[in-house]
Design a protein around this ligand. Sequence first.
Ligand SMILES: [Zn+2]
Length: 51
Amino acid sequence: MPYRGRVAAPDDEGGDPACWSSRVCPECGLFAVEDPPTVCERCGEAIPAPP
Ligand SMILES: [Zn+2]
């Protein structure tokens, strides 16, 4: 049976895709380990809180 390609979500808790997509660093694309607003651990770019 074909394995359905599933996009690997970094964290599947919460269930709201918009929630984790807002954590992605706008500068380098790194996934933030904590809820925004925060700063990227790699490049230091501010990751704003979602609207
Ligand atoms: Zn970054």
